[in-house]
Design a protein around this ligand. Structure first.
Ligand code: HEC
Ligand code: HEC
Length: 214
């Protein structure tokens, strides 16, 4: 006859595996399609409309808080933060962009690769399955205008040497971007969704990367 302890143990085990399975599926990243339309098949007006949506995403707090440029200070902005201010606790990212000179971002923004979980607790440090770091200085978006961000993104000298196809490819696989649309806690997600954002980038590219006037 099975002992009570054994039954308990079995129940525990099945609960444990169930939890594991649930985590697996929730952590699974959606596959992003990135087939570009034919170059020239999107007119300038539609390209500019796509750009307007791209700008809404890029200037949203879930993106711009990390894309702060030379200040080396991440931002706390968006509805869940109340007022806009620089990151608390005197956090400075330094030239390394990961806080190597003072306090590593990963001290609090733990890489969630091991647990497969983000951080659902409101006001806790966000976690992604990657090293948390500030974006490169050239990719400064916080407080920048639509025209300024547009010109930066189409300039290979300031966008990591990427074509539009490479930008879209980069986005489709970037775990930080997956986080921005599912940030946990009470954070407001970035507008639209990752697939729409990738489609807009590719359409903007096919239209010849038009930018609004300054
Ligand atoms: C945790 C900080 C962080 C957040 C949040 C973040 N990024 Fe970034 N971003 C980075 C880092 C770091 C890089 C450089 C990575 C690389 O070059 O591989 C980068 C690079 C990029 C690039 C490459 C082009 C360039 O000019 O360098 C694009 C495009 C981009 N991010 C878009 C976004 C968008 C869109 C969002 C919001 C949906 C976002 N990022 C949110 C940190 C962040
Ligand atoms: C001492 C712990 C700690 C360190 C170190 C730290 N952070 Fe944070 N960070 C937090 C906490 C906590 C929050 C969330 C605060 C909240 O939601 O009220 C946060 C939020 C953020 C946000 C806002 C995310 C969003 O859009 O909601 C960014 C960007 C950020 N941190 C970047 C960094 C970078 C870059 C570094 C390293 C240079 C870093 N942090 C180092 C604790 C830390």
């Amino acid at each position: 006859m099975m002992s009570r302890a054994l039954i308990k143990c079995l129940m525990c085990w099945s609960l444990f595996t169930l939890v594991l399975v649930c985590n697996e599926t929730s952590a699974e990243e959606k596959l992003i399609r990135s087939e570009a339309p034919e170059p020239g098949s999107v007119n300038t007006a539609d390209g500019l409309k796509a750009w307007d949506r791209i700008y809404e995403v890029a200037s949203h707090p879930r993106c711009a808080n990390c894309h702060v440029g030379a200040s080396e200070r991440p931002m706390w902005s968006g509805p869940s933060y109340g007022k806009t201010r620089v990151h608390g606790m005197n956090v400075v990212a330094g030239k390394s962009r990961i806080g190597a000179e003072t306090m590593l971002c990963s001290t609090c923004h733990v890489d969630s690769s091991a647990t497969g979980r983000g951080n659902p607790v409101p006001h806790a440090a966000p976690r992604v399955k990657a090293a948390w770091a500030l974006a490169p200085v050239e990719a400064a978006w916080f407080g920048r205008s639509s025209a300024e961000i547009c010109e930066q993104l189409r300039d290979p000298a300031r966008n990591g040497g990427r074509s539009v196809a490479q930008l879209a490819e980069h986005l489709g696989h970037d775990v930080i971007l997956h986080w921005a649309w599912n940030p946990g806690g009470d954070r407001e997600p970035a507008p639209y969704d990752l697939q729409t954002h990738v489609n807009d980038l590719l359409a903007w590219g096919a239209a010849g990367q038009p930018c609004p006037d300054r």
